[in-house]
Design a protein around this ligand. Structure first.
Ligand SMILES: [Zn+2]
Length: 323
């Protein structure tokens, strides 16, 4: 079988919208008050970004600053009901086009490049691109392996710039600067960490669309996360069939989750939140919620995005598979 090439970046539809950027200090107050309804201990501050390149965070560059933006490519309609295997994208080129070149850090969640693993897989994206176009990949795939269906986390090499099907990235210059730092523990409400923040922002800002992204860590506790099995040979037509096809795991801390959230679809057919996590063990996957409200501890660093770039938006769309 001939290798499947990524779609030509120059032929993809790119759309862009400016987002509303509240001051970080105002965001701090909004996030503090919404999380306080869902967690017993909450601290939100505006602070200088720690060195996210350090081992405990593991990003490919040190900060979340410099022209921060959100990027969404493709979408669940290319996976469901049946996979469209030709939907392979060159993430490096798409980031470079969106940022007009220069130095780039891109982190987030998507479908992994299935030709690399000869299987469908999750993609945990963590890429730096130098101003002369060198890609350094700190990205991983997570897949379901063997008869025992274990979770396997594997590094993506620097030579692999692709993702498949769908992708949500926070993209910036990787520069130091101010970020929102969140620590919280002991969950008392039913919303997951990201949904709680997103709902708080939506209530405050309404029609004004606000997007954020970066990293959160689960330092204590466990999280319910899925990993996609290999592509289904039969159509998946609804949320119930989807949840039977996905393989769910309860994954233990420490988990480092990368991704984005946005308050509403902004007429761009967007996924509203998407985080994938990696670990230093075999665990990696798509975050749904923690399963340990008493003991869970979150630590997050987010920046607010100036704009969103939407690439290859599905023309025939549906609304399932976006949790
Ligand atoms: Zn996902």
């Amino acid at each position: 079988m001939a290798p499947i090439k990524a779609l030509n970046t120059e032929e993809l539809l790119f759309e862009e919208k400016t987002l509303y950027q509240p001051p970080l200090e105002e965001l701090r107050e909004v996030i503090q008050s919404t999380l306080a309804k869902n967690f017993e201990n909450v601290s939100v501050e505006v602070t200088a970004c720690p060195d996210l390149k350090s081992a405990e965070y593991g990003l490919m560059d040190s900060g979340l600053g410099g022209s921060p933006m959100l990027l969404e490519v493709g979408g669940p309609p290319y996976l469901l009901p049946l996979v469209q295997r030709d939907k392979l994208y060159n993430v490096k080129e798409i980031c470079q086009k969106s940022m007009n070149g220069g130095k780039i850090l891109a982190v987030g969640a998507g479908a992994g490049p299935h030709p690399l693993r000869s299987s469908n897989c999750e993609g945990i994206y963590n890429m730096s691109i130098s101003s002369d176009g060198q890609l350094k990949n700190g990205s991983y795939t997570a897949k379901v392996s063997g008869l025992e269906e274990s979770c396997v986390l594997e590094s993506i090499p620097d030579t692999e710039p692709r993702c498949a099907l769908l992708l949500n990235l926070f993209v910036c210059r990787g520069e130091p600067g101010s970020v929102i730092k969140i620590t919280c523990k002991k969950r008392t409400g039913h919303l997951n960490f990201i949904e709680c923040i997103r709902q708080g922002l939506l209530q405050k800002y309404g029609e004004k669309c606000v997007g954020m992204g970066g990293i959160f860590k689960i330092n204590q506790g466990k999280a319910y996360q899925h990993v996609m099995r290999d592509f289904s040979k039969t159509p998946i037509n609804n949320e119930k069939e989807l949840n039977q096809w996905l393989k769910f795991f309860e994954m233990p801390a420490t988990l480092n989750a990368l991704g984005v959230l946005i308050t509403h679809e902004n007429d761009l057919d967007l996924r509203l939140q998407h985080f994938h996590s990696f670990s230093t063990s075999n665990w990696g996957g798509h975050y749904h919620y923690d399963t340990t409200p008493e003991t869970v501890e979150y630590e997050a660093y987010f920046n607010v995005a100036e704009r969103i770039v939407r690439v290859d938006k599905p023309l025939e769309t549906h609304k399932f598979g976006r949790d």
